[in-house]
Every structure is written in C-alpha cells, then in structure tokens.
Write a protein of this length. Structure first.
Length: 262
C-alpha cells in the first residue's frame, strides 16, 4: 500500500488528478482504459483538475470507459441528488467523453438484483477496471458498503444505516427521512478486483478511518481495511486526515514517498 500525504485538500486533489491522467495517457492496450469513479465531496477537486487538463489537451477521455460506484435506489436521474445528476453536473458535462462510455447504476430499475448482475457482467466484458478511485466515510465505508458488509461482496442492493442517512441529509433539506433508505452499490470485492485502487481521504473527521485503513487489522467493521490486501492500493490524503496515525507510520510514508513523482 502507498500512502501519499499532501499538505492540503487542493494539493491532494491535484496529485490524484495527475496520477489518473498519467495512467490514462500511458495506457497502451488495445481496449479502452476503464476507470471507476465515486461521488461525494472528496473527488470534486480531482474532477475540477481533470476537467482543466482535458480542456488544455493534457488528457483525453475519448478512449475511457467509466463505471460509477453507486446510485440511490428510487431516485430518477433528473433528481438533483441522484448520482447520475451529480456526475454529469460535476464532471461528464465538462469533458469530451462518448456518452456510451459512461456507466451508472439505474436507481429506477424494476429489477435491482438483475441490474446489479448486469453491471458486474459489463465490467467483466471490458476486462475489469484498470483504476478505481474512491472516497470513504467517517466509519470507513467504501461506496455504500457499510460496516460489516462482506469484504468479498459484489454489486448489490445496500441498506443504508441511520448514521449515513443523517450525514447525507445535508443534501436533502437536513431531513434524514428524505434520504433513500437503499442504494445500489459495487461491492468491496468489485473494487478490489481492480488493477489499482486510489482512495481519497481528507479532513480531520476522516482521521480514524485513515488510521483503520492503514494501521488497523483487516475487518468487516472497517470495510476500507480490505485495501491492505490489495497489491495496487494507494491512499491519497491530506495532513488533516493524518491526526490518528502513529508518528512512526506518518514519518515512514513521508520518507518512502519523498523520491516518488507520481
């Protein structure tokens, strides 16, 4: 596991965007580059940087296929809190990418289990995901894989905890009851099947989650801890998120990364 510590959120976002762009530009296989993407506040800075780089001609998304992590069950794509809306508003509407290359789970499906199975098969049809970017919650959940979700789980229907609905209620008029109680989400196994996983962790409120990801034991309580078993896992974080790391761990990752460019 790599842990890349940056001074602040903006520098973390720029580092992550540069890393993703370098991977896309260096892709030489005779198939599209397959990129997994999250929603939420963590990736917004990365999306802004990638939009800028695309407009400047520094990275192209013409041969990139994307798969999003999750979607609320029961929200139409036109709803301003659907993740389809979020992704287009914050990213896809601002870059040149073929619409057919964008894949987002259908929250209005009449067959949730069938939709999830189809999603898994479509990922497999491209040869799997090359790089999955993600963020984690304060309880360490990755996508909508709440604590105690199986670390081998696949894309499926997830029940959201009260805590998650309370946290997300800020987008629903501060009313947790307006937050959908279920979502469709890739599984932990879906994410860790990717060749690389790049997780963004920023802010002091995520400090316990970062420590659990890096220093804790592998446990369903902290689904983010599954990254310890992934050979291509990278954590990009800011100083504020490092508050619960031991001094030796913090110094180790600063030292080992000091000569790395990306």
């Amino acid at each position: 596991m790599r842990v890349v510590i940056q001074d602040n959120y903006d520098k973390m976002s720029k580092w992550a965007a540069n890393y993703i762009a370098a991977k896309i530009n260096g892709h030489k296989e005779n198939r599209p580059f397959v990129l997994g993407l999250p929603t939420g506040s963590s990736p917004i800075g990365v999306y802004k940087e990638l939009i800028k780089m695309n407009k400047e001609g520094k990275v192209s998304f013409e041969n990139v296929v994307t798969f999003n992590m999750d979607e609320y069950l029961g929200l139409p794509r036109e709803h301003d809190q659907s993740y389809w809306y979020f992704m287009h508003d914050n990213f896809f509407d601002h870059i040149k990418i073929p619409a057919a290359n964008v894949n987002i789970l259908n929250g209005m499906t009449d067959d949730p289990e069938g939709e999830c199975e189809r999603y898994e098969k479509k990922i497999a049809s491209y040869g799997g995901i090359d790089l999955f970017m993600g963020g984690i919650g304060v309880d360490g959940h990755l996508a909508f894989n709440e604590p105690y979700t199986s670390l081998s789980s696949r894309t499926g229907v997830r029940n959201l905890t009260t805590d998650t609905r309370i946290v997300n209620s800020r987008f629903f008029g501060n009313d947790p009851e307006k937050v959908p109680a279920q979502a469709l989400s890739v599984g932990i196994g879906t994410v860790t099947d990717s060749k690389e996983v790049l997780v963004l962790i920023s802010g002091h409120n995520k400090a316990r989650a970062l420590a659990a990801t890096v220093e804790g034991g592998v446990s369903q309580k902290w689904t983010c801890s599954a990254l310890q078993l992934h050979n291509g896992a990278i954590i990009a974080c800011d100083e504020a998120a490092c508050g619960e790391l031991t001094v030796d761990t913090y110094k180790y990752f600063l030292d080992i990364e000091k000569n790395e460019r990306l």
